[in-house]
Design a protein around this ligand. Structure first.
Ligand SMILES: Nc1ncnc2c1ncn2[C@@H]1O[C@H](COP(=O)(O)OP(=O)(O)OP(=O)(O)O)[C@@H](O)[C@H]1O
Ligand SMILES: [Mg+2]
Length: 356
């Protein structure tokens, strides 16, 4: 078996803040295969952006502690020198943000910014780089690319700016494109166009994509694999069809139940997952989702309240979930006994069953 393009193992990211230490990412592991798309979903604050910014080394090192490993095609990114990361960024990995205006400078023409990116990584001459920039703008569907290359970003519409951003991100044909909410700011028609465009470019260039989104419909359309994050941890991971069709974690099920469907009656109330995500300064003990979970195992010794669940296989094809209800499924002996007891909601004598 060939190794994945990106292998992230037990990634942990902590920020020192005035209020204390924020565990923004708390032991996340996943792979991204060449030419494939990993969708990362989860509510606001679950650590999606921090995970990806960490891969690019885009945190203030004085306030940030990063542990674990992230190997991109043989290169360890965690702890890599700024020089290594600078060389990788744009060339091997690049990023598209939600708001392209934060990534495009207002002071330079769109063409000049793509030229600059290309020249920095390839050492190409000005003329060659400009030709390449125009070719990329054309490829992402910007009409009259040669003329538009001479314009400043504010003259571009939101959708066109996002296309320009994608042109800039892909000009060096990186192995991995990280797209963090690339379409949230766009209307649905433009959103669909941008996603189609990413898919086409992926097919042409063989780029792997990490797509961060709130939108499970988008994940269903484009992702091969899905990582569901909650409070800085992976709660479910696996092939998109498995995770979306047979979700195993109560949180994933909650997210899916909150998605409106065309077949719903018009008066069906939207069902967001009740409650709010926890503070990452002081996350709840046990499973961070337990205060919002409608399937918490009852009893004083409930593992949901005392032990953080780890990802376990929940079927074939690499589908995994971190939920005590799933732990022990398929495992012999104590695992299944424990599971039965948990199901029956009988307090576990080993874990303080004396208490009411
Ligand atoms: N530089 C920082 N210093 C302190 N805390 C931070 C910093 N950056 C992010 N955080 C915190 O880390 C947590 C994870 O943030 P992150 O931006 O990864 O969330 P997200 O899943 O991308 O959310 P959204 O969907 O809103 O973009 C949040 O609680 C956030 O407040
Ligand atoms: Mg984010």
């Amino acid at each position: 078996m060939t190794s994945p393009l990106l292998a992230v193992r037990d990634l942990r990211v902590r920020f020192a803040t005035e209020g204390g230490v924020v565990k923004a990412v708390d032991g996340v592991s996943f792979d991204v295969e060449r030419g494939r798309t990993l969708g990362i979903v989860g509510e606001s604050g679950s650590g999606k952006s921090v995970t990806n910014l960490t891969l690019l080394g885009l945190h203030n090192p004085a306030r940030t502690t990063v542990e674990g490993s992230a190997v991109l095609d043989g290169t360890e990114l965690v702890g890599a020198s700024e020089r290594t990361l600078r060389d990788l960024r744009g060339q091997r990995v690049s990023m598209v943000f939600q708001d392209p205006l934060t990534a495009l400078s207002p002071y330079y023409t769109v063409g000049a910014q793509i030229v600059e990116t290309y020249r920095r990584h390839t050492g190409a001459g000005r003329r060659e780089a400009l030709d390449r920039a125009i070719e990329m703008l054309d490829r992402v569907g910007i009409p009259q690319a040669a003329r538009r290359a001479r314009e400043y970003p504010h003259l571009f519409s939101g959708g066109m700016r996002q296309r320009a951003m994608i042109a800039m991100a892909l000009v060096c044909e990186p192995d991995l494109l990280i797209a963090d909410e690339p379409t949230t700011a766009l209307d649905v028609t433009v959103q669909a166009q941008i996603l189609d465009l990413l898919g086409e470019l992926q097919a042409q260039l063989g780029t792997a994509i990490i797509l961060v989104t709130h939108d499970l419909g988008v994940v269903a359309d484009v992702a091969d694999e899905v990582l569901v994050m909650y409070a800085g941890r992976a709660v479910e991971l696996g092939p998109a069809t498995r995770v979306l069709e047979t979700p195993k974690h109560p949180y994933t099920r909650g997210l899916l139940a909150s998605v409106p469907r065309l077949s719903d009656p018009l008066d069906r109330p939207l069902r967001p997952v009740p409650g709010a995500p926890p503070s990452l300064l002081a996350p709840p003990p046990g499973c961070a989702f337990h205060p919002r979970c409608d399937q918490v195992i009852a009893g004083p010794g409930s593992p949901c309240r005392t032990r953080a669940p780890v990802l376990v296989g929940v079927g074939d094809s690499g589908h995994e979930a971190a939920c005590h209800l799933e732990a022990g499924a398929g495992a012999a002996g104590v695992g299944s006994a424990e599971r039965e007891r948990e199901r029956a909601q009988v307090p576990d004598a080993r874990e303080g069953g004396k208490n009411p």
